[in-house]
Each structure stands twice: as C-alpha cells, then as structure tokens.
Design a protein around this ligand. Structure first.
Ligand code: 6PG
Length: 224
C-alpha cells in the first residue's frame, strides 16, 4: 500500500473540491484508459458537481459503479441514475464509456465486463467510496460474504432489511483493495466516530478492511 492519507474539512464543498482534485491528479498522471468506480448515496453529489465542472479527457475514462441496487436505472434508488443526473449528463463522455449494471445483468457478467476493461487485472484506477453509519462501504455490509470472497470481482448481496432496495451488486473487498487510488468520503457529525474507526482500520466494521495496493485518501467534513 503506497500511502494512507486523511484530511478533515470544515465544509462538504471544500471536501468535494479536494476529492475532485485527487481524481484529476490520478487521471492526468496516467496515459490511456482510466477505469473508475463510483458509489451512490448523498455524499458523492457535491463531488460529482465539482468533477462535472472540470475540463478533463473524459474520452479516456470508463465509469463503473462500485455498487448498485437492483432497481431500474430511472429509479431514485439507482446509483447509476444518480451519477448520470449529477455527472454523466453534464460532461462530454462517449456513451460506450458508461457501464451501468444493466437490468438482469448478473454480478458474474458485470465482473467479466469489468475484467475485460481492466485487461484482466481487475485493478481499477480510481474508486470513490462512501461510508455508512454502520461502517459499510459500497454495499459491503457487516457480515457480508463479499468481504471474504477471494475470487469474485462483483458479488450479489442482500442489504439489511432496513434498506428499501435490498438486492444489490457490490465490488468485493478484494477488488476494492486491488485498486490504484481510493477516495473515501464521509460527512456530518453522525459519521465522525465511524470515520475514525475506518481510518484506524477497526476490523469490527467493513470499511476497516480497506487496504488498497495504491493510495487511499480518507476525507471527512464536519458539515454535510
Ligand atoms: C449505496 C452506497 C453506500 C453509501 C453509504 C453512504 O449504494 O448506498 O454506495 O455505500 O456510500 O451508504 O451513503 P451517504 O453518502 O448517503 O451517507
């Protein structure tokens, strides 16, 4: 693992700006294809807005989802739908570069598509992760077998019954840890404690197992 950085920000705006700068730096540091995976939830919205304002070589970027709920792409439950509304629809990116989990596409088929795009390495250039109050990230919930699998890239999981859409597909921990750059975002006072646990690699929470081959940035903003 190259480096494990953490930064705290007073506002979500400042954190999103910094995170977009990390994406830009990682993209411009590499030539050729750049594979990225994005998370859902509320926190990435500002990051997407900041990214959409940057003039980047989007034709080199291939976007997957770090996790996705089994919901129509037009549903407010769809992570791809949110990324499309907040980012993809605002940048000049070839349609072929956008890789939603299509309805009916299995985790295994999405893994094959992903492996093909990463030349068989399964190694993403960039992953944006969020953090749940229970310490989940992507859709790796406490006790998830996707934390243990060492062969799948994407796994089918069932979110806890407190969630609206329980059937999901998520990057496995192994796939997350194979990536070159991870930015994990958390915001608001309710996330402070769990953020500290994730940063300290507390093995009682899924995010505590994140230990990428490349760089990781843990970013926290006190205000949502
Ligand atoms: C999802 C996300 C999930 C999210 C966390 C934090 O599909 O729900 O990928 O992992 O990042 O639940 O969500 P908020 O950003 O809304 O707090």
């Amino acid at each position: 693992m190259k480096s494990r950085n953490s930064r705290r920000f007073r506002t979500g705006e400042a954190m999103a700006d910094f995170a977009a700068g990390l994406f830009k730096k990682a993209l411009l540091r590499k030539t050729g294809k750049f594979t990225a995976a994005l998370s859902g939830g509320r926190t990435p919205a500002r990051f997407f807005k900041k990214l959409a304002a940057l003039d980047l070589p989007w034709n080199r970027v291939i976007f997957f989802m770090a996790d996705e709920r089994r919901a129509p792409l037009s549903s407010p439950e769809s992570n791809y739908g949110a990324a499309r509304a907040q980012l993809f629809s605002k940048i000049k990116i070839p349609r072929a570069n956008l890789r939603p989990l299509k309805p009916g596409c299995s985790a295994a088929a999405y893994s094959r598509e992903f492996l093909k795009e990463t030349g068989g390495s399964g190694r993403l250039d960039f992953i944006l992760l969020g953090l749940g109050e229970d310490g989940h990230t992507a859709s790796l919930f406490p006790g998830s077998r996707a934390l243990k699998t060492n062969k799948n890239i994407f796994c089918p999981v069932l979110a806890p019954d407190t969630y609206t859409t329980r059937r999901r597909v998520t990057l496995s921990l192994k796939a997350i840890n194979a990536s070159s750059n991870i930015v994990l975002l958390a915001s608001g006072p309710r996330k402070k404690k769990i953020f500290e646990k994730a940063l300290l690699r507390d093995k009682n929470i899924p995010a505590g197992f994140i230990k990428p081959r490349g760089e990781i940035h843990f970013l926290f903003s006190g205000k949502e």
